[in-house]
Ligand binder design. Structure first.
Ligand SMILES: Nc1ncnc2c1ncn2[C@@H]1O[C@H](COP(=O)(O)OP(=O)(O)O)[C@@H](O)[C@H]1O
Ligand SMILES: [Mg+2]
Length: 467
């Protein structure tokens, strides 16, 4: 890591309502629902459209039938009335709503302005008239039809036995006028209901995908995360089972490696002790002293390795801790150990901040970093920076007033047993495992460790931790 990371790049501002304007939604659930609902609206429109056309035909037929019968009953009523009394009778007979009835000597002036009625209407009116019970001598001799194109009124002229014309008009419903609001209400209701059902079903069906993603995320932070339930649809159960197998393999691999490390450390102790005994018998004082120093160093490395194996064990359970409190504790303990620089230790950040970590391991990582800052930089300025948005990482920055770390050495010093000073002297302690351990622990929590230098001098170690 030669490029110091100065800041977690801020996510591009994403205003929530803008997302809904995009034509193609991002999530699987939204896409599936989108396609299904779109298809549904098309099918609904077609289905209801066909149904409505059919129904309109029926309604129109019925309307024509009613119209015909009303016309005929009025006609019979007037035809049976003596000619002299017809006008009086005309004023009296009940006229259904929307009907006009008049008696004219002829049709010439009226029908001149009318269009011929469409054949289907003409035919069905005639057909219905034929079925009407009326004495044969009273039947109309001629019947004329016309439609006023502007008012859409249907005019029927019937010739009375005395040669005058009875003209009855009414407004017949035209095509596409009947469906009214029920059609729209039915359409909206059905679509809304089906859409709600679709969204519910799609969300249910895609929920396991979200669970799987969450489980993979959790595994990155904690190899001991609980296994996924292996139920649900067969594909999902198979995926969950495969995921659990993979998690178990990773767990075993990490366990084995940690165990191996500790075992090697333990086994090396015996030969080191034997060598130390043998060194005591060496003649050359100078050589013996050097040998014993080397052996001390080896012992320190072995101890550090064993300690690392123990601390970094993935078996420590994850639990919630107050990170702000932990940082202050680490600083206090460091201040107790080195009272002369206690005034150069400070904490900046929220008073309390809960995180879920493996407490011992995490404390070890922080202790290592604060220890380095004190050892190599004579100060430790600790900052806890809250996640910019929920779901992003939080940062712990540990800065000091020392010489910093040359950028080209940053990656190397994080490797095990790598130090800037070539000698592992007692003065500055360590064997070169501190940063390696801290990075290992950060990564085991799904975070990372990066090194940088402060512009005003001194190193800045940044530990990120996903929340
Ligand atoms: N804050 C720091 N300022 C300068 N150098 C540092 C700092 N932290 C670590 N280093 C360098 O990185 C090396 C590795 O650190 P570390 O892994 O903690 O091992 P150790 O502290 O045991 O030497 C250190 O030896 C030191 O040279
Ligand atoms: Mg160290």
């Amino acid at each position: 890591m030669t490029e110091p990371i100065q800041a977690i790049p801020a996510a591009p501002p994403k205003s929530s309502w803008l997302r809904y304007l995009r034509p193609w939604p991002a999530s699987l659930a939204a896409r599936t629902a989108f396609v299904l609902i779109l298809g549904l609206v098309v099918v609904q429109t077609l289905g209801l459209g066909i149904h409505t056309l059919d129904r309109n035909d029926l309604v129109r037929l019925a309307a024509v039938r009613v119209f015909s019968f009303r016309v005929m009953s009025m006609y019979r009523d007037l035809a049976e009335t003596p000619v002299a009394e017809r006008q009086a009778r005309l004023a009296l007979i009940p006229k259904p709503k929307g009907f006009t009835v008049e008696i004219l000597p002829n049709l010439n002036s009226l029908f001149a302005n009318l269009m011929p009625a469409p054949p289907p209407i003409r035919h069905s009116i005639l057909l219905n008239m034929d079925g009407f019970p009326i004495p044969p001598e009273l039947r109309p001799q001629h019947v004329h039809f016309g439609v006023d194109p502007e008012t859409r009124r249907e005019y029927t002229g019937l010739e009375m036995p005395d040669g005058t014309w009875l003209v009855i008009s009414s407004r017949l419903p035209g095509p596409g006028e009947i469906q009214g609001t029920e059609f729209l209400i039915a359409f909206v209701m059905m679509t809304l209901l089906a859409a709600a059902l679709t969204i519910w079903a799609v969300r249910r069906l895609t929920a396991p995908v979200r669970t799987l993603a969450a489980a993979a995320e959790a595994l990155g932070r904690d190899v001991n995360a609980p296994p996924l339930p292996e139920d649900g649809p067969s594909e999902i159960a198979a995926a969950a089972s495969a995921f659990n197998t993979m998690a178990a393999r990773i767990r075993r691999f990490v366990d084995d490696r940690t165990l191996l490390l500790t075992a090697i450390g333990h086994d090396l102790r015996t030969p080191i002790t034997r060598m130390r005994l043998r060194a005591e018998f060496m003649e050359d004082d100078d050589q013996r002293a050097k040998m014993l120093r080397d052996l001390d160093e080896m012992e320190a490395m072995v101890s550090a390795t064993i300690a690392f194996g123990r601390i970094a064990s993935p078996n420590e359970p994850v639990s919630p801790i107050d990170l702000a409190e932990l940082l202050r504790t680490v600083l206090d303990e460091a201040g107790d150990a080195a009272p002369e620089i206690a005034e150069h230790l400070d904490y900046d950040g929220p008073d309390h901040w809960t995180v879920r970590v493996r407490p011992q391991a995490f404390k070890r990582a922080l202790t290592n970093l604060v220890g380095n800052a004190i050892k190599y930089g004579n100060a430790a300025h600790v900052r806890l920076i809250r996640p910019a948005r929920p779901g992003t990482s939080l940062r712990i920055e540990i800065a000091d007033d020392g010489p910093g770390i040359p950028p080209e050495e940053m990656e190397r010093v994080m490797q095990p047993f790598q130090r800037l000073e070539t000698s592992r002297n007692r003065e500055t302690g360590g064997v070169g495992l501190g940063l390696a351990i801290a990075r290992d622990i950060a990564r085991a929590h799904g975070g990372d460790l990066t090194l940088a230098n402060r512009p005003e001098g001194g190193a800045r170690v940044i530990l990120t931790l996903p929340t």
